[in-house]
Ligand binder design. Structure first.
Ligand SMILES: Cc1cc2nc3c(=O)[nH]c(=O)nc-3n(C[C@H](O)[C@H](O)[C@H](O)COP(=O)(O)OP(=O)(O)OC[C@H]3O[C@@H](n4cnc5c(N)ncnc54)[C@H](O)[C@@H]3O)c2cc1C
Length: 444
């Protein structure tokens, strides 16, 4: 049996930030991850780019997430934060997913964190009325890890579910945002794509505030509405999507395509999940063939990689001490107990049809500490995709930069609990905020 002070489960943006933050405060940290690498959806599901570290021209997210981006720069594995060519949000941060695996892992190792890969947590164990250990499976058999504090960075809220805390999924009727199987395509002729965009601006969602140089510092496409419509009419495209959605990364001629749409994947239902993987690959094939046949610049394109698995936008969300709402986000509410800021708008991929529901936010908003604390929790926090929000608010907080923010805060809170012999609900918010600021986080 292993023992640690803080156990972090899940190695995505939230888990990377939580474990580094807790270890920097002198805690013995173990991170458990079911795959053999870090990055979460950024590497498993090929989700890119990161959106967003900025509100307007102001950087509102820093800390561990931004440190990781700066480390990628030395490999030319990111251009950094650049204006969003679509104008969806302030900046986007393209990155090379393989360097996320390398640099995130290095960051954890430098802090002395033990990483246990290929390990799936399947049980939470109570000791004397509080959580005392997590159990799970690896190829070596069952493992048990005792800890004083636990941070659920599984994206799916596995720990809250296994520990019996209440949770919600999806909108009022329980339907979550659709899932997507993302894929990479190479040998795309960017000049041909750009010429078509220049000639048919009405066919695209574009940021008309950036000049052509700024707009094209990265290739980002949300549009080709007419060509998608033609393909649908001719029976060449039946994926429930109204547009081409793709982004360039850091490799010349290569794009990440985010166009498949798989309705209602229930994370508790393995048959549902298997169906989505199969249907996803069928949609990838059809989408790739559609791009080659209809979209200028794609005639000679190659299919390079399909993501390791379907990316799930929304699964379980904690019911926490506080529940972040649309109103909080749109009003830019800065609650006194905030642990960081978010700036991404509310962007909901419709579970019912091909559309997008979008609510722009002009100001950053504060994320209250209570969103990280499952109601009544003593020594368990949630961070990342599964924090306590409404369905609509989740459509803003779920993005990777914001997951780094909540991860770092949960890691610091867990460390302070252990250090000060407190509980999740009694730690000093002032001390939490001060420590976060000392670690480079932005709270104002
Ligand atoms: C299709 C799609 C498009 C998106 N587009 C964007 C975008 O353009 N920009 C953006 O910034 N964000 C985007 N997002 C959102 C973003 O990628 C995720 O919400 C974010 O990665 C969540 O981070 P996380 O750390 O909470 O969880 P995840 O990234 O989901 O990581 C969770 C980790 O936990 C591990 N894990 C899960 N359960 C267990 C367990 N029981 N035991 C051990 N390990 C476990 C997983 O293997 C994984 O590594 C998109 C998401 C999807 C699905």
């Amino acid at each position: 049996m292993r023992e640690c002070d803080v156990l972090v489960v899940g190695g995505g943006p939230a888990g990377i930030a939580a474990s580094v933050a807790a270890a920097r405060l002198g805690q013995k940290v173990i991170l458990v991850e079911r795959y053999g690498f870090l990055g979460g959806w950024s590497t498993i599901a090929l989700v890119a780019p990161m959106m967003t570290f900025h509100s307007g021209n102001r950087q509102v997210i820093a800390g561990v997430g931004d440190e990781l981006i700066q480390r990628l720069r030395k490999h030319d594995a990111t251009p950094g934060h650049i204006p969003d060519p679509i104008g969806f949000t302030s900046t986007v941060t393209p990155f090379h997913p393989e360097f996320i695996k390398i640099e995130a892992e290095q960051m954890l190792l430098e802090q002395g964190i033990e990483i246990l890969y290929h390990s799936l947590v399947t049980e939470m164990v109570q000791e004397n009325g509080v959580l005392g250990a997590a159990r799970g499976y690896s190829k070596s058999g069952q493992f048990t890890i005792k800890a004083q504090a636990f941070v659920d960075c599984t994206g799916d809220g596995d720990l809250i579910y296994l520990a019996g805390f209440p949770y919600k999924s999806g909108r009022e009727d329980g339907t979550p945002q659709p899932a997507s199987l993302i894929f990479r395509v190479g040998n795309v002729n960017f000049e041909q794509v750009r010429s078509y965009m220049d000639e048919h601006p009405d066919q695209f969602v574009l940021d008309h505030n950036t000049d052509s140089t700024g707009r094209f510092s990265a290739l980002a496409v949300s549009g080709f509405f007419k060509l998608v419509g033609e393909a649908v009419e001719k029976g060449d495209f039946s994926v429930p999507r109204d547009r081409v959605l793709l982004f360039s990364g850091v490799i010349p001629g290569e794009v990440t395509v985010n166009m498949t749409r798989l309705p209602s994947v229930d994370v508790d239902n393995w048959e549902d999940w298997s169906r989505a993987e199969i249907q996803g690959r069928q949609q990838v094939l059809q989408t790739f063939q559609f791009l080659k046949k209809y979209i200028p610049g794609f005639a000679e394109a190659n299919l390079i990689q399909i993501a390791t698995q379907v990316g799930l936008r929304e699964t379980r969300r904690a019911v926490g001490e506080y529940y972040l709402t649309t109103e909080d986000i749109l009003a830019g509410t800065l609650s006194p107990d905030r642990i960081g800021l978010g700036a991404f708008p509310i962007d909901i991929h419709s579970p019912d049809d091909a559309g997008l529901e979008f609510y722009d936010n002009k100001h950053p908003y504060g994320i209250p500490y209570g969103c990280l604390v499952p109601k009544g929790s003593h020594n368990l926090w949630v961070a990342g995709r599964c924090i306590s929000t409404t369905h609509k608010a989740h459509a803003s907080t779920r993005v990777m930069p914001t997951c780094f923010v909540t991860g770092q805060a949960a890691g610091v809170a867990a460390a302070l609990m252990v250090q000060e012999n407190q509980t999740a609900r009694t730690i000093s918010i002032t001390q939490l905020q001060e420590t976060l600021r000392n670690q480079g986080a932005i709270l104002d």
